[in-house]
Design a binder for this molecule. Structure first.
Ligand SMILES: *Cc1c(COP(=O)(O)O)cnc(C)c1O
Length: 354
């Protein structure tokens, strides 16, 4: 039986995508060869890469607006360094909203001045800082739109003239935003788009080429743009599966359609958390993530019962991250409403037992 997969990442992907991807590993579209044994320069794979790149821009509403989409290696973690390498000349600002922001700050500090413009660290990142001002002399401001570990999400982005760089690893393609407000967006594929191994970078071309340092080729966005994301062998399988997922999303009606579903899933679980005295939410209500719901059990004596009930119902991947404890239900695009329903039923059954 397929489990209800609430994993925070790598995470659930659409069933149809898995089916098609498995077939392509055996044989790609009747060509007599596997997807993973053909040249990345073959016309078949070039078409896949082009499709993946154009679907990404199309879904984000960025086609024809001076942006390029790249599928690179190294995960979102390499982007912590790469963004700074390409954009940090003198000083950059970072909003510190959790573990991933901290890691981004650490890498950027290798290359220049970094100011923490705002932070929610003192409250163990249970909310998104607001009302801070952004210095106007920054090369860029770096944000993390969704804090996967703590379950918080930026709802309103700061208004500033400084270029915006955003780590959207865990909520890209999940909600509508004016993506043209951002100058660079990056996201590891394995949260909402595909298997691990590819990282999507969407970059506005006119912010490149402004730093004075020499940039190693593999870290240089301009080179990847010029080579149409084929500077070296790309992660072919991860790109292919990402392309299939983006096509799945487009067929579903795009981000507007999935956002509505994601809101319904999130409302279902958060209303249970709020109404059920056995559970309490971790993140500040106004900052709650649509993707990762973090919560605790109020009566430790019920923990074993809850864990057993979840296990018996085939619920997988809801343990909280070690830095927060408790539980975390990740509800990425491909997670069916039904899975959230199963979890919520168990939560309310537990209340009756308690
Ligand atoms: C998972 C995650 C990362 C790290 O991604 P890798 O691809 O493993 O490097 C970075 N930022 C956010 C917000 C994440 O959720």
């Amino acid at each position: 039986m397929k489990k209800h997969n609430f994993s925070a990442g790598p995470c659930i992907l659409p069933k149809e995508v898995m089916q098609k991807a498995s077939e392509a590993v055996l044989e790609l579209d009747g060509i007599g060869l596997s997807l993973i044994e053909i040249s990345h320069r073959s016309k078949e794979f070039v078409a896949i890469m082009d499709k993946a790149r154009s679907l990404a821009l199309e879904l984000l509403g960025l086609e024809g607006k001076g942006y390029q989409a790249l599928f690179l290696h190294g995960g979102a973690s390499l982007q912590f360094l790469m963004t700074a390498y390409n954009l940090l000349d003198k000083k950059a600002g970072y909003v510190n909203t959790g573990t991933w922001s901290q890691k981004a700050i650490k890498e950027a500090r290798l290359l220049g001045d970094v100011v923490e413009v705002a932070s929610s660290q003192e409250q163990n990142f249970n909310h998104i800082p607001k009302g801070y001002s952004v210095p106007s002399d920054l090369d860029y401001l770096h944000l993390t739109s969704n804090n996967t570990i703590f379950g918080t999400q930026i709802k309103e982005f700061p208004k500033t003239n400084v270029p915006l760089v955003c780590d959207m690893s865990s909520d890209i393609f999940s909600r509508q935003l004016d993506f043209s407000k951002f100058d660079l967006i990056y996201a590891g594929a394995q949260k909402n788009m595909g298997p691990a191994g590819a990282t999507l970078v969407v970059v506005k071309e006119d912010i490149l080429g402004k730093v004075s340092r020499k940039i190693p080729s593999m870290l240089d966005y301009s080179i990847h743009v010029k080579q149409e994301s084929m500077f070296n062998t790309p992660p072919v399988f991860a790109v292919y599966v990402s392309m299939l997922t983006l096509q799945w999303l487009k067929d579903l009606g795009g981000i507007a359609a999935i956002e509505e579903i994601n809101e319904r899933k999130a409302n279902l679980i958060y209303s249970e958390i709020d109404l059920n005295p056995v559970f309490s939410g971790y993140a500040a209500k106004e900052d709650r993530s649509l993707m990762n719901a973090t919560f605790n059990i109020t009566d430790d004596a019920l923990k074993d019962t809850f864990d057993t009930m979840c296990k018996e119902a085939g619920i997988s991947g809801i343990n909280g991250h070690r830095s927060v404890g408790g539980y975390r239900a990740s509800m990425y695009n491909a997670l069916p409403m039904e899975s959230v329903g199963v979890l919520v039923d168990i939560m309310s059954e537990l209340e009756k037992k308690g």
